[in-house]
Design a protein around this ligand. Sequence first.
Ligand code: PHE
Length: 477
Amino acid sequence: MSVTSSDSASHSGALEGSSAALEGSNAKRGLWSSRLAFILAATGSAVGLGNIWKFPYVTGENGGGAFVLVYLLCIAIVGIPIMMAEVMIGRRGGYSPVKSLSQIAERDRLKPAWKLVGAVGILAGFLILSFYSVIGGWAISYVGTTASGQLSGQSADAVGAIFSGLLSDPTTLLAWHTLFMALVMVVVVRGVRSGLERAVSILMPALFVLLLIVVGYAMTTGHFGQAAAFLFQPDFSKLTTSGILVALGHAFFTLSLGMAVMMAYGSYLPKNISIAKTSITVSVIDTGVALLAGLAIFPIVFANGLEPGAGPGLIFQTLPLAFGQMPMGSFFGTLFFVLLVFAAWTSGISLLEPIVEWLEERKGMNRTVSTLGAGIVCWALGIASILSLNLWADFAPLGFVPMLEGKTIFDLLDFFTANIMLPLGGLLVALFAGWVMSRQAMEKELALSPGMFNLWLITVRFVTPVAVAVVFIYNLM
Ligand code: PHE
């Protein structure tokens, strides 16, 4: 079994803790089922800035309801089947993603070319972390901003000015980015996840409750109905082809798919646990957090006459307003941003982990060297994203391509990773599961009823590849 094989345990120091938690929970405490431990690790990766920062602003930029509907469809018919495929490949292979893929491919006499899937994923994770850490830095900085009480009773303009002030200051941004990256590296270098998982089990529900509190406040603004209509009444005239691409890309981003994270976690999932049920649970929690964030933010947007399409600053211009106005707002606000940092942190760890694992396994570096190396290069790349927000705000390196007009380095990193690389990684995973792995092996791993298995197989064989291909081709045209 992958969890106990010494080979798989040694492939990743960082996950040793989690495999220990998986086993420990079975053997000693009985309090945590192994299923719960996996769900916590996977949820820790999935729930992050994607849900609370990115989902509301891309929804706002893409006109609301119709975009949300496409996003939900992408989660259901592309995201969940691919998550199942990733977890299954990981558990079947029992190693790190790159090794699992080539092992399964070899085992089934197929080309190790599938290593490419892991390679795309590792590169995507690296690029994502570089800007993810910058946004994580914004979240850290807002812990202080809310705690200081300077937001209480402020107008939308004043709150907006605080945010623009932050963006215009590269040195401060760099300091917070450095702190965020350091937090991620400290955990990855130690290779202990068990403590984090325990923390996730407390902090994620707490984040959920805080979101509910903000939603409760949002209901008192008198614009809740308008926000709900914005989110859930599809107006297809507002949906563009690029909006569909963003929705698809975001489904991958928010579920941490297409870069083999779930594959890595799957290699620690005990054989008797249902892959379908756990994948669905993680996806439902993740989607729930995103929708709650939307319900928390848009009433504030409308109540204050703000612009739904304000872009990446949306939550930093709306939530502080809410915290500035509600009773005990400084307290709730501080707590909220602490929890947001935490959610971002657990996701950041899962972005760095695959690269470090790969450096260890392939390049024979030890964990400290590989964490430091990958972390520092990623941190340095993050500086380009920081400068995109101020000094290089008008620099659009690929602006000559019509689709990429006006996109800063930060925008380009986000665009290429979330909208191109992750769906491409997901497409390869779907093809691998649909056409390369042996059917018996998959039937055994998934243990679904024949009807459900066939439904899943048809999805990964045809529906997912066609959906991704169609969205890609439409956007190129
Ligand atoms: N899913 C994370 C989020 O929503 C981001 C992430 C993407 C993490 C890909 C790991 C891999 O914030």
